[in-house]
Design a protein. Sequence first.
Length: 301
Amino acid sequence: MAMLGEISHTTTYRYAAPVTFGTHRAMFLPRRGASARLLSWSVKTSVPSTIRWVTDPRTNAITVMDFSERSSELKIAFKVRGVYFGVKGIEAFPLESRADEVPVQYTPDEWTDLAGYLRPHADDPDGSVSTWTKSFVAGDQDRTTDVLQRLLGSFRDSFRYCARDAEGTQSPGDTLRTRSGTCRDFAWLMIETLRRLGFAARFVSGYLYDATVDGGAVGMTGSGATHAWLQVFLPGAGWLDYDPTNSISAGFDLIPVAIARYPGQAIPLAGSWFGDAKDYLGMSIDVAVRKIGEFRDPSEG
């Protein structure tokens, strides 16, 4: 079945006195493709603005907003309606034999196209991430599907999700040392682990559908805000989704907005303002992903 859904995402900044706003750039619009078809979308700002849409080098849609007035509050409200066909798990694909075991054997063309997603990006000064990585293939446990499941299981069994108001992403070493973090931290650690195992992996930011909103029995961790997970490229299957926060790799729960080599390239909303530092009072974010209806997916025959 396919799902007709609606996403609303409102961010509100508050200040003690009117301030001037610089250009803001946002990643709000879900990626269109095999898993999603967008029907309508809109952006409204409480301060008069000029809005334009551009794409970055990774084909992510960027909303660029320039503001013409000062204000003590800035509210940016985004809404989109679309059809979501869900993502298929690895079980749905016959992997090519060169992807059956670690390390995956990429072709020269694939290496060229995937180079940015194959090289580890984060430092590992004490070697802890490398040591942890080796544990997933110790004793000739090198079947690709098993390694991926063991990695997902390690986050479920050994890590604690902790919401954090501070911006940014922890280093993989810090997440491993504390065994705690946010969805962005977990995704980043798993990406850097997979890259050290020879997989091409990339960071994904987007939305998480929580079926409990519509009467479902199992809730999702990280809903009510933007979410982060990762994709792994496997010959025979292509880019597959893995969410270490919720131990899921298929279904309707993950709605991608942006893909990136590292988390800093997928910031949902970034911008500047000019005034006294003491004037900033804080921000609030309200995200809702709702199912409006469902219908038969014609691709299922």
